[in-house]
Design a protein around this ligand. Structure first.
Ligand SMILES: Nc1ncnc2c1ncn2[C@@H]1O[C@H](COP(=O)(O)OP(=O)(O)OP(=O)(O)O)[C@@H](O)[C@H]1O
Length: 990
């Protein structure tokens, strides 16, 4: 009972149903035939009423399956499809059932169990039942429509709807009542179970209508509880019973209820156990309390529906699967096609690639061959270039290492009336008109090239241009301008004061050419060009490129010129300014000219009294081989070469002139030594020759521009200058050499050759000395240098000790000095080890020679107080080849005498024999010995033309002193002076 209490409505429904059954049984049992008849009649009448109303509602056609007065079975069958019920309800309450399945009407006639029709009528019935439940009408079980179902419940439901419809038709006034109130549709869903209580209510209503209709109708069904209904029902049942029957009836009733209850509980339990896993939404849930047959049918139909659904689902799944498979197949086919396409493309691409590869290989190999050919051509080009360079320089070398160009200055503005001394001019020859006692004569001189007064700067430069190329090829080049003051040296080297591009001199053009060539060769050689500019004034060197104002005056000591500087710089202390364009050079020149002008006064142009030298250093690195070539070019503007006596100056001017003459004389010495191929070249006798040493030796190419003025009053200087130049032109320096990395080795070889020559010379002298008579009364003094001075008042006699000379040459330090491990020699050491030492050896040699010659000529010479021999002038005529060196070696004599301090007095004496003068004398003599002279290296070009000179004539009879002899008392002792000497001396002393 507890569970029945918990069940609530469910329990009420169950009890009511049981009670109804018990009562019916009891009634039957009681055998009240009248009552039963009445009830049956009542039921039939109610059924007819319901059927008629339904027929009326759906029409005759719609209700063709429902007779007007049906049996209970007929009523059930007529409504079994649910169509009539649904239609009627929709008419009463439009839209109550949204969907009415009409098709199965035929199927309804088919035997029970047809899955489709069962499903469909169930659909309608279910919808109907749900709807009336929603609306609150008395409901019935779906199974009531089946065989054995309770048609009374269906009748009850239909009549309730009819009542509602009528109430509605009548305007819906008041409250509709039919055994209970109709809940408004919005009442919400009540449980299906609750609706199952309606049959009881209907039964109650029906019963009351039979037994106590009035009382029941008066009872407010809303207030009627289940217990109330039960008691009413019991009271109604028992009212007409005899009191003695009541206990029995109640007992029967109760036992029946209990039995029914237990049965149902048992069934419920079994159902739950049998289908524990069935979904709660399954219809079984709602029908497990139904009779077993009904439930089975429901389950069957449900299963059938389920099966259909499953079949449909499986069909759908199958279809979907098929669709999927079809789609996959389509995609697969598409992919197959794509793959085939890609395979084709791959094949084509591979073929293309192979073709391209083949083509590329062919092109690559042809390119390789092409490059190979180019490389071959390039190397060939380099070879040819190198060969061309060599050939070019060979041609230059064959032309002679010292070339002399002569340039004649035009008359200056205002000199138009002047008569010119220039007689005739050809390409390489120039004739000078000279006036002498015997009338006019013409002197001809031959040079490598002669430029007349009208020659332009460009013309002059074009002829020397090849030398510039040599500098870039690693040669040393020296270009110097020689001539008397005002003859045009500066004009040639730099240009006029008002400089234009056209009037630019050699300096600018040479550097411009260097830059041009360097640019042209930049693909093969990289050049670095730097410039120095110095001035030599009174034997002092001055840097002309200082810009800070300091060191403007003679910043260097007297030893600053080195011949073997590490970097190949003669003056390493002077500013070395890198230049890369002609503009740089012009700027530098301006600085140089400005610095040079500082020493000038209004009266004296410094440029006339000093040597200026622009040195261009070039270093080229071959980009292919890495070889380094170094070239150097000296562009020298010498001081005026006129003779001092003519200048008639004293004091500072005289000193300047003496220095100029001395340095030019030293230059002459060097050139003469070179011409003679003397083993020793006295470079160190002046700053000028020291500076130019690397450009005047056998490794350099030298060009001298000799300048002359056309004025008649300058003819003496002109002749003198030309003679000097012609002498220089005979110098053959030998093939110039490139300054490459092996130059040191070459220098060493040169020194070895020098020493060998000294030895050979010494041996020859030893042979000759055997035939010489040793003078009596001679006295030997051995100097600390190992040389022997002979103090003899009569004649100059022997001698240097041959063994000592040999010792010197053999035991002398090697050149350059061989440094023991850890020991190094400075440049100064090397200088001393070479030239100083060689100077002294050579002095001894010359003395021996002089003595020998003197003895051959039977004496006639004199010796000074200092032991200096003075030879008769005839000597110079007779043996020029051996005398030349003597003439150009006056400084060597000074050194020999140990009198290195040159005093003004001495300067005065040496100035008497300026270099041109000496050369002039030399040339006078040389004409006699032209055929036999050993120094004539260029037979094609005569050294000089014969001239008639008074001095020359005098020289046959008058003994001339050596120009640089110094007497201890300032006089010339017993020497005899020529007229020219006397004249000069007078003028100097004046
Ligand atoms: N070839 C020439 N054409 C025109 N004028 C010239 C020529 N040569 C020289 N001159 C002029 O002659 C004058 C003297 O020339 P320059 O100064 O060059 O002589 P120099 O030999 O250098 O003299 P110094 O020894 O004093 O330096 C200058 O006015 C110069 O312009």
């Amino acid at each position: 009972m507890a569970s029945a209490t918990e069940g609530g409505g469910l329990m009420s429904f169950t009890v009511a149903s049981v009670m109804e059954d018990v009562l019916q049984q009891h009634g039957n049992g009681l055998g009240d035939h009248d009552l039963e008849y009445r009830r049956a009649e009542e039921a039939a009448s109610r059924r007819y009423e319901a059927a008629n109303w339904l027929r009326k509602m759906v029409g005759v056609v719609g209700a063709k399956d429902l007779p007007a007065e049906p049996t209970e079975e007929g009523f059930r069958l007529g409504l079994r499809s649910g169509i009539i019920l649904c239609k009627v309800l929709n008419k009463v309450q439009p839209g109550a059932i949204s969907k009415v399945v009409e098709s199965p009407c035929d199927a309804i006639l088919v035997a029970d169990g047809a899955p489709l029709s069962a499903f469909q009528y169930f659909e309608n019935v279910r919808n109907f039942l749900v709807a009336i439940q929603e609306m609150g009408f008395p409901t019935f079980e779906a199974s009531d429509l089946e065989q054995g179902g309770k048609a009374s419940r269906i009748v009850n439901c239909v009549l309730a709807i009819k009542s509602y419809d009528e109430w509605k038709q009548s305007g819906g006034i008041g409250v509709w009542k039919f055994g209970g109130s109709i809940k408004p549709p919005s009442l919400g869903k009540s449980s299906f179970v609750r609706k199952n209580s309606e049959p009881f209510m209907n039964s109650l209503s029906r019963t009351s209508s039979i037994n106590n209709e009035k009382s029941l109708s008066e009872t407010d069904s809303n207030k009627l509880s289940n217990s109330g209904s039960l008691s009413t029902l019991v009271r109604a049942v028992l009212s007409d019973k005899k009191p003695e029957d009541v206990p029995k009836l109640i007992e029967t009733l109760l036992s029946k209820v209990v039995e029914e209850f237990e049965n149902r509980v048992t069934n419920q339990y079994e159902l739950v156990r049998a289908a524990p896993r069935e979904s709660t939404s399954s219809p079984n849930n709602r029908s497990f309390l139904k009779p077993l047959g009904e439930r089975e049918r429901e389950e069957k139909s449900f299963k059938a529906i389920k099966k259909d659904e499953t079949i449909q689902k499986s069909q759908i799944v199958e279809e979907e699967k098929k669709n999927r498979q079809f789609k996959q197949l389509t995609i697969f086919n598409q992919q197959q096609e794509d793959i085939e396409g890609l395979r084709q493309t791959l094949y084509t691409t591979r073929a293309g690639m192979q073709f391209m590869q083949k083509k590329f290989q062919e092109e690559f190999s042809s390119l390789g061959m092409h490059i190979h050919g180019l490389a071959h051509a390039a190397s060939g080009y380099h070879r040819v270039l190198e060969e061309n360079r060599k050939l070019y320089n060979q041609v230059q070398d064959l032309k002679g290492s010292i070339r002399v160009y002569c340039r004649v200055r035009p008359f200056l503005p205002g000199q138009s009336n002047f008569s010119s001394t220039i007689g005739n001019m050809e390409d390489d020859t120039i004739s000078i008109n000279t006036a002498s006692r015997h009338g006019k004569s013409l002197k001809s001189f031959t040079f490598n090239k002669v430029f007349g007064p009208s020659a332009s700067q460009e013309e002059v430069f074009s002829d020397m241009q090849p030398l510039i190329r040599s500098v870039l090829d690693g040669y040393n080049v020296c270009i110097f301008a020689y001539g008397q003051t005002g003859s045009g040296k500066t004009f040639t080297m730099s240009g006029p004061r008002d400089l234009t591009e056209k009037s630019q001199g050699v300096n600018y053009r040479a550097l411009g050419d260097l830059f041009l060539l360097a640019e042209q060769r930049k693909d093969t050689i990289r050049y670095d060009i730097a410039v120095q500019m110095i001035e030599i004034y009174n034997e002092h060197v001055r840097d002309l490129l200082v810009t800070d104002g300091s060191n403007k005056r003679y910043p260097f000591s007297s030893n600053e010129i080195r011949n073997s500087s590490q970097k190949g710089l003669s003056v390493p202390d002077a500013s070395l300014v890198p230049v890369s364009s002609t503009f740089d050079v012009i700027d530098l020149m301006k600085v140089g000219h400005k610095n040079r002008a500082v020493g000038s006064t209004a009266l004296n142009d410094r440029s006339s009294r000093s040597h200026s030298c622009l040195t261009v250093h070039v270093q080229g690195r071959d980009l292919t081989s890495g070889a380094v070539l170094r070239g150097c070019m000296h562009l020298v503007d010498l001081a005026g070469s006129e003779r001092v006596d003519k200048s008639e100056v004293t004091g500072d001017r005289l000193k300047e002139a003496q220095h100029i003459n001395r340095s030019l004389s030293a230059l002459g010495d060097v050139i003469a030594s070179l011409a003679h191929k003397n083993p020793h070249v006295p470079y160190r006798n002046s700053k000028l020759t020291q500076l130019l040493q690397d450009s005047l030796g056998g490794q350099a190419k030298t060009l001298m521009f000799v300048h002359i003025s056309p004025e008649a009053d300058a003819v003496g200087e002109t002749i003198s200058t030309l003679k000097f130049a012609e002498r220089v032109a005979t110098v053959e320096l030998g093939a110039a050499r490139v300054n490459n990395d092996t130059s040191d080795v070459k220098e060493l070889k040169e020194q070895v050759a020098t020493l060998k020559a000294a030895l050979a010379r010494k041996e020859a002298e030893s042979q000759q000395n055997k035939i010489l008579t040793t003078p009596t009364g001679s006295e030997k003094h051995k100097t600390k240098t190992g040389e022997v001075e002979i103090h003899n008042n009569n004649i100059m006699t022997k001698k240097s000790e041959s063994c000592e000379v040999e010792e010197i040459t053999v035991n002398s330090p090697p050149w350059p000095p061989v440094a023991s491990p850890g020991q190094t020699y400075r440049d100064e050491d090397r200088s001393f080890g070479s030239s100083e030492w060689v100077d002294k050896v050579m002095v001894n040699n010359r003395q021996d020679e002089m003595r020998r010659v003197e003895s051959l000529w039977g004496g006639g010479g004199t010796t000074t107080d200092n032991g200096i021999s003075i030879l008769p002038e005839d000597f110079y005529r007779r043996d020029l080849s051996s005398d030349t060196s003597r003439i150009f070696s006056e400084h060597s004599y000074n050194i020999f005498m140990g009198n290195n301090n040159i005093t003004d007095d001495l300067d005065a004496v040496t100035s008497d024999s300026s270099e041109p003068d000496l050369l002039w004398q030399f040339n006078q003599s040389s004409k006699i010995t032209t055929t036999t002279s050993t120094i004539e290296s260029k037979p094609k070009k005569p050294v000089s033309k014969p001239i008639k000179s008074p001095q020359f004539r005098n020289s046959n009879t008058v003994s001339r002193p050596l120009a640089s002899q110094k007497l201890t008392n300032g006089t010339r002792g017993t020497k005899q002076l020529g007229p020219a000497d006397m004249k000069r001396k007078a003028s100097v002393r004046h």
